[in-house]
Design a protein around this ligand. Structure first.
Ligand code: FES
Ligand code: MG
Length: 588
């Protein structure tokens, strides 16, 4: 241990210049039996940012795990103070949980900055709990470590693996095709969620916790341990221990959350077949960390990386087998051996990433493929631009053989296709009209949704993976190309073009698109354009931007007044004006 230095918390609890304030700061903590001697002993005060509650079922077992975190903190000589963070429950918050990511971020910044914390354990799980917590830790820049809650056990339905989220997209197509009943649809969804934990697919939750680990913000192997396994409680204990050591060693997020670490995270996202939501969340974390990350980095550093993890939705298996195959470290081990990972990045273990990965080779090659025999070569996100938007991504690992054969394999026109646009203003419009027999959607169509971005929704909704009309599904056309200024669930198996920025509500090109327009997509050139001439586009601008719902709550209005586009992470504008704010203490 290095020599004791004056801790941040001592400015509250042991401040000779402010005897009166110190008395006030101390006295109410006695309410739960803490003694003044403990709080004045110079031990690190470690916050446990508790994301679990009845309102966040995916993270709820953190209420139990926190006991093991506390044990670890205490055994390492620290004092734990547990507090709630704003709940972010992906499946249930309307009009979308994305609206609340920045709210949770803001709340946690105020708590970490304004209260006597020397370090913090960030409990994470459900999609946005991870980025919001890391964003806050980056802004405040006190020693911080991520403890994910882990995925649910694998789901089984009628003898088949069913992954959370992914089964919804699969079953709704079967329902539309008349292959299952509504009761069977419901049962397949319920069976996909058999235990405590977050989504067991490589959806946004598993992706963002893998990314936390790839960034170096959690203990090695943390992300993939299923919530119900004993190892989950053990790593909670070790995380608590390590949180105290981080304070003594003064290892801060600013040393870990570098450009090199973010590029590693992009590579890992490709190799695990990770969620498209990683794009805005990684950008947001980088912005708040003050790290240089650019929208085009996704293609420049991620596209060429192969898919290694055979996990739904891009593969076959679920969280339990992924963990037993070695989890995130085994994927990163492959990337490191192949020379596509920066092994020098510092991490919360106090060692470099390369050291963390020693001996972590996978033992199960059905689930984690070798780098030179992958599930798919070049499996990252393509970055597209054109007259419809300046930025959008397409998840190539979700392109099915059927989709590739129909749209991307015309001789002499590989990776190029045209389609007729059918434009929907939000998901209510889509649901109202998709099965209208008068709407001539066919295999030559592309489904477009707008009004689904950060400003339009508000919050950017997961609605772009629209399914074709029932009559097409019944005729065997199970998917169509889709495009939109919203997002899609990380559990979706659709190669949509999404996160289009600027969005329609911000006056992006999607605002001027009309049903019946032809759209040309050229994946070789990274282009997506409406084949409408400039004069016609100019004429349409007189019609104005398509309307979106008014703000229904105070926060919706504040969010809209402050939010950036998805290409920029949908952060609070000028996020980088506030980085490393713990360099100064708040006034008394
Ligand atoms: Fe919470 Fe998927 S809904 S993790
Ligand atoms: Mg989601």
């Amino acid at each position: 241990m290095t020599a004791p230095r004056r801790l941040r918390s001592q400015d509250w609890f042991d401040n000779p210049d402010h005897a009166d304030m110190t008395a006030l700061y101390l006295e109410r903590f006695m309410n739960y039996g803490t003694t003044p001697e403990e709080l004045r002993s110079g031990r690190p005060i470690i916050g446990i940012a508790q994301s679990g509650s009845d309102l966040n079922p995916c993270n709820r077992h953190h209420l139990d795990l926190a006991k093991r975190v506390r044990d670890g903190i205490r055994d390492a000589g620290g004092i734990a103070i547990e507090f709630p963070s704003h709940p972010l429950f992906e499946n249930c918050k309307r009009p979308t949980a994305a609206l609340d990511r920045n709210l949770a971020y803001l709340g946690l910044v105020e708590l970490l900055y304004g209260y006597p914390f020397d370090g913090v354990v960030l409990t994470t799980g459900c999609d946005k709990t991870t980025p919001s917590a890391i964003m806050a830790a980056a802004t405040v820049d006190i020693p911080a470590i991520v403890l994910s809650g882990g995925p649910m056990l694998d789901g089984w339905h009628e003898g088949h693996l069913v992954g959370s989220g992914t089964v919804i997209w699969q079953s709704r197509r079967k329902l539309s095709a008349g292959e299952i009943t509504r009761d069977e649809f419901l049962q397949s969804a319920l069976d996909s969620a058999p235990s405590i934990g977050h989504c067991n697919t490589m959806g946004t939750a598993s992706t963002m916790n893998a990314i936390a680990e790839a960034l170096g913000m959690s203990l090695t192997g943390c992300a993939a341990i299923p919530a119900a396994y004993r190892e989950r409680g053990q790593i909670a204990y070790r995380t608590g221990l390590r949180a105290v050591e981080l304070v003594h060693e003064d290892i801060r997020p600013s040393q870990i959350l570098t450009r090199a670490a973010f590029l590693n995270a992009i590579r890992v996202n490709s190799a695990i077949g990770g969620s498209t939501n990683a794009q805005p969340h990684l950008m947001a974390m980088a912005r708040h960390a003050g790290a240089d990350l650019r929208p085009e980095d996704w293609q420049a550093h991620g596209y060429d990386v192969p898919l290694l993890a055979n996990v739904q939705p891009a593969g076959a298996w679920l969280g339990e087998r992924f963990h037993r195959a070695g989890g995130v470290p085994a994927v990163m081990w492959e990337l490191l051996q192949a020379g596509v990972l920066d092994g020098d990045c510092p991490t919360v273990t106090g060692r470099t990433m390369a050291r963390n990965l020693e001996g972590r080779e996978s033992k199960d090659r059905e689930v984690i493929k070798p780098y030179d025999a992958p599930m798919m070569a070049r499996a990252g996100f393509l970055v597209l631009r054109g007259n419809l938007f300046d930025f959008a991504i397409m998840k190539t690992s979700a392109i099915s053989d059927d989709f590739r054969a129909r749209y991307l394999s015309q001789p002499g026109q590989e990776n190029i296709f045209e389609a007729t646009a059918f434009v929907f203003d939000g998901s209510a419009d889509y649901h109202a009209r998709i099965n209208d027999p008068a709407l001539p959607i066919d295999a030559d169509s592309i489904l477009v949704i707008r009004g689904a971005g950060p400003l339009g929704w508000p919050g950017a909704a997961e609605v772009v993976n629209m399914q074709p009309p029932d009559r097409l599904i019944q005729a065997g056309i199970r998917s169509l190309p889709t495009l939109g200024d919203g997002r899609q669930s990380g559990t979706a198996d659709s190669p949509s073009i999404l996160n289009a920025s600027p969005e329609s509500a911000a006056g992006g090109g999607l605002a001027w698109l009309r049903t019946g327009d032809r759209i040309r997509i050229d994946l070789n050139q990274g282009r997506c354009d409406m084949l409408v001439d400039e004069a016609e586009i100019a004429r349409r601008k007189a019609d104005g931007i398509p309307a979106t719902p008014a703000s229904a709550t105070p926060w919706q209005r504040i969010y809209r007044d402050t939010v950036t586009q998805l290409s920029e992470g949908a952060t609070i504008r000028d996020a980088e004006d506030f980085t490393r704010i713990s360099a100064t203490l708040p006034r008394h």
